[in-house]
Structure formats: C-alpha cells, structure tokens
Design a protein around this ligand. Structure first.
Ligand SMILES: [Zn+2]
Length: 342
C-alpha cells in the first residue's frame, strides 16, 4: 500500500509495506514509539527542517495525512497542503469535513442520470446525499440551476469540468437572502481591490496593462520573481493559470484567472471575506463553510446579479453582471450617440 510510516519525534519516514486497517501498530525502529501512517503524497522534509516537520505533525494530528483535499467535500479544485503553521491552522478549520477524524456516518447514493427535482426530493427521504455522476451524458448549466432553484433546502453543488452534481439535504439557506446585498458589496470591494493590486503588479513588472499571461511570467522570470515574489506588502505566485496575491499585513487574498480577469474564484473570495472584520453578519453565515459561499454565488446567478460564463473548457467561471452595475458614466447622463456628420 502507498503509505509511509513516519516518526515525528525522530523525524524519519519509512516506505515499507503495511497492513492498513489491521489495527497493527508500527513501532519506530529508533525510539519504539508507534509511528503515524501518512499517504504516499507526504514528502518528508529534511531532518533539520524542524519547522516543516512541526507543520506535518500538526496536520496529521488533525486528520490530514496528505490525502487529497478538495475545495469542498464533494469536489472542486485540488487544494495544496499548507507549508507554514499559520496556514495549517486555517487549513484544518476550513477543510475539517475532509479530515480523517471527521465522522463518516452520512449515507449517500450515486446516480448516472439527470433526475428531476421531485425524484431527487423523494430519494433524499432515504439518503442524506445524492451524487449525480453525469460525466458520460453531460448536462446543460440550465439543468444545474433548475436544481439549485427548486431544491431550496438542499445544498446543490457541481464539480466542473468533470460534471458531477452533489445534493445534500437539510441545508437551511433562508438566511442567505438577508445578506445578498452585503455579498454583492463585498464582491465589489474585492474586485476593486484586485484591479488596483493587479495594476500595481504590472507597473512593478514594467509591463503595460493589457499584458498577456506569457508576458507576465516572462517578466516575473526577468525580475527573478518566478514562480513567486513580492512587492509592497503583497506576496504573489503563479498557480496553474492563475496569479494569486496575499497581503502579508492584512491577510487579504485575491486571485486573477488570466483567461478571464473578472472571474470570481470562490476559494479566494472566501479567504478575502475572512480577512474582513467589518462584515460580521455575512462572515458569520459563511464562516468556515466554503460550500455556503458557493451556494450564495449560485443563488446570485439565479437572480441575474452574477453571470455563469460559457466557456470551451467547461470550467465554472462566474463574474459580476456588469449590465446591472451603475458606473459613474451612467449617472445622470443620457445615452451617448455618435454625433451626426454634418
Ligand atoms: Zn522514532
């Protein structure tokens, strides 16, 4: 089996076969204390890197043995493990439902056809969660939003591009309506913040504002700041097709998807919300629950305040519906029409 027996006291890890699940204990050959089983994904730090060993031990105590962790328990983006104690503390709270310590009494069923809301509601009388694996048949996003709308006391979430939809029962989202405007305000702040930071970032790299992703990575390399670096109090790094920023003073996080700079990344928005202390009501409602934020965003798509953008990669890309935003140019101004040529 792909597990590593690890002794945090001696800071040693062994790649030997084990009888997983047998309850057998593996004493450390050096200190005889029982060792911890970590998945094969665990990369033991260098022996003298005590800080990294402490982080790994802290994570394993909280049920994170380098198993795969996703944005939500039902899927989403693959999340990298933290490398600092501070980030690890946030991590064990945010992803606690995916900890090996989390109770797994939930009953679930998987279906491979597009069930109608009433059929799903019926199944939810016997199961706590339904997973629709539509990776073979595919589905239109209209179908997904129909489920979001009609299964109002459930948590309906999708995993694109692999096309899974997960439905969990007994999720009260009635409070969300109270905070929709607050959420939109917060998204506006977030968008303003990232526009400013991204602009400054490009100036720092001595690039013009319409630079492409490859021009940016090239300039980062030239500056010796690739894949990560810093300017002012912002740390930045490239992550797949995104550039992420975190303020080391305020902990604010922002994310730019290079293919669509207006796209909202729920995970980044979630971190940003937690760094704001002036939004207590909303923060309280979604505290520690990324999936609640994702549901709120889906409800805002139903309200036409956010748009779910079609794209060839079938990724979920959500952005503000600009046509409903009042910009300064619109205020008190008649629509401009071209001047007649005399
Ligand atoms: Zn030992």
């Amino acid at each position: 089996m792909g597990y590593k027996k690890t002794c945090f006291k001696c800071r040693k890890s062994f790649n030997r076969p084990i009888d997983f699940g047998s309850g057998r204990e593996y004493p450390c050959p050096q200190c005889s204390k029982p060792m911890t089983l970590m998945t094969h994904r665990f990369r033991p730090p260098k022996k003298d890197d005590t800080k990294s060993w402490e982080v790994a031990e802290f994570l394993s105590e909280h049920g994170f043995i380098y198993q795969s962790i996703f944005e939500t328990p039902s899927g989403g983006t693959h999340i990298n493990y933290p490398t600092t104690k501070r980030a690890a503390k946030d991590f064990v709270i945010r992803y606690k439902e995916q900890s090996t310590n989390w109770p797994t009494s939930r009953t679930s069923i998987c279906k491979t056809e597009k069930l109608q809301p009433q059929e799903i509601a019926k199944l939810l009388q016997s199961f706590e969660q339904i997973l629709l694996d539509l990776s073979e048949s595919g589905y239109e996003k209209k179908y997904f939003y129909k489920l979001v709308k009609e299964l109002s006391n459930c948590l309906v979430q999708e995993v694109r591009p692999i096309q899974y939809i997960s439905i969990e029962r007994d999720v009260d989202s009635s409070e969300y309506n109270l905070y929709k405007e607050e959420m939109l305000q917060l998204i506006e702040n977030y968008n303003n913040q990232r526009k400013t930071v991204f602009k400054t970032f490009l100036e720092y790299l001595e690039l013009n504002q319409s630079s492409s992703f490859s021009e940016i990575t090239k300039a980062m390399k030239t500056k010796g700041q690739y894949p990560k670096g810093k300017f002012d109090s912002w740390r930045f790094w490239q992550h797949g097709s995104d550039i992420e920023f975190r303020n080391s003073r305020t902990d604010e996080h922002i994310n730019i998807l290079m293919a669509n700079k207006d796209s909202l990344n729920p995970d980044s928005l979630f971190t940003y919300i937690h760094s704001q202390s002036n939004l207590e009501g909303l923060t309280k409602v979604i505290a520690g629950k990324l999936k609640n934020l994702i549901r709120m965003l889906d409800l805002l798509v139903l309200d036409n305040r956010l748009i779910d953008i079609d794209n060839t990669l079938r990724m979920k890309i959500i952005q503000v519906n600009e046509s409903l935003q009042i910009t300064q140019d619109d205020q008190g101004m008649a629509p401009t029409s071209p001047l007649p040529i005399s």
